[in-house]
Design a protein around this ligand. Structure first.
Ligand code: DAH
Length: 357
């Protein structure tokens, strides 16, 4: 074989390898192409085998030439491998492109306070600003605090099974019912207060006034668009040596005007009856503008604390006098937001609740 031919033949081989490698579009195709040249049955391997019959001299020249071609093919292979890997990396970067300058996306899932909780917070804030403390008490109450101490007689209809949830195994001395109102907190709080100032009272001195509200859950056997077996109440109590109905009117008017953000809202005290107050009144409010304008809306029961109840608080009714009120935060919430079905508050429907976020 003429040396010229040999060179040409090997150059052509390397050139065709380079071409085939260039055509390989993926690493897998490239490895296939490699096998055609450098594999066990590849063309370079065949050339090596073909040297068996050559003389020692010829083997030297031929072997060196084949090696040059083999190295050229290997270099082309490495170069193409790197090219393909780089292309693959670029494609991947392209596919996973992330614009870090974009504004963050909201998850749209932030929680919020329940509308009635908002009302309770408003009530606490407003009465707090007028010097009222906030008291909490048990929802499972005893007969004594829920009824007897509040001057509610044994045969009062509120004590019947139709109106009150009783707890099994209870007794009149132990907690035996779900409180039907927050009024038992009047007694609980006053008794604590009196205990705290016992020494002052025993020395014939004046004790600091009782000024407290007690918001919380209450329960009655009742269920329709405006009644739920579980509902909320907020009790208010102000006891001192010189507290009058006039003070109740001032305080409650200020509260309602602040709560509803309505300076021209007016109040009406309508005579009523509660066993634990004498005299007693329902408090009605009237908006002067807006969708409810002109209508009298009942928002609370109230009255001067009955002397027997003052006595049950451990105080002398000849010396201490005061007033109490009980309002419905659920109803206040309905009026404030224009909701007409109480049950919506307790169904837990996220479409309703999320409107108050
Ligand atoms: N406890 C009464 C009820 O549930 C409401 C009430 C009326 C509370 C008059 C009071 C009050 O403190 O003075 O209907």
């Amino acid at each position: 074989m003429h040396p010229e031919n040999t060179m040409n033949e090997l150059d052509t081989l390397a050139a065709s390898a380079r071409e085939l490698f260039a055509q390989a579009a993926t690493p897998a195709e490239l490895e296939n192409a490699k096998a055609q040249f450098l594999g066990k049955a590849g063309r370079v391997t065949e050339l090596m085998k073909g040297m068996a019959q050559l003389s020692v001299e010829e083997k030297k020249t031929r072997g060196a030439a084949i090696n040059v071609a083999k190295q050229a093919i290997e270099a082309a292979l490495t170069a193409r491998r790197e090219q393909l890997a780089e292309a693959e990396l670029q494609a991947q970067l392209q596919a996973e492109a992330l614009d870090v300058t974009l504004p963050g996306r909201s998850r749209g899932q932030e929680g919020g306070l329940h509308p009635v909780s908002r009302t309770l917070e408003r009530i606490e804030g407003i009465f707090g600003s007028m010097g009222f403390a906030v008291a909490q008490g048990p929802e499972i109450e005893s007969d004594w605090f829920n009824f007897t101490a509040l001057n509610t007689p044994e045969d009062h209809p509120a004590r019947s099974m139709h109106d009150t949830f009783y707890v099994e195994g209870g007794s009149p001395e132990a907690p035996n019912l779900l409180r039907t109102h927050t009024s038992p907190m009047q007694i609980r709080h006053a008794v604590q207060h009196v205990k705290k100032y016992r020494a002052l009272l025993d020395a014939g001195q004046a004790m600091p006034e009782i000024r407290v509200i007690a918001p919380g859950r209450t329960y009655r056997v009742d269920s329709d668009a405006t009644h739920s077996p579980m509902f909320h109440q907020c009790e208010g109590l102000w006891i001192g040596e010189n507290v009058s109905f006039k003070d109740l009117k001032v305080i409650f008017t200020a509260f309602c005007r602040t709560f509803f953000e309505s300076d021209d809202l007016v109040l009406r005290f309508r005579p009523s009856f509660f066993p634990f107050t004498e005299p007693s009144a329902e408090i009605d409010i009237q908006f002067q503008s807006g969708p409810l304008a002109g209508r009298w809306l009942e928002v609370a029961g109230s009255g001067q604390v009955h002397p027997q109840v003052v006595r049950n608080m451990g105080l002398d009714p000849e010396r201490y006098i005061g007033f109490a009120f009980g309002m419905g935060p659920d109803r206040l919430t309905m009026l404030r937001y224009g909701v007409n079905d109480l049950r919506l508050f307790f169904d837990g429907d996220i479409r309703f609740l999320s409107q108050f976020r």
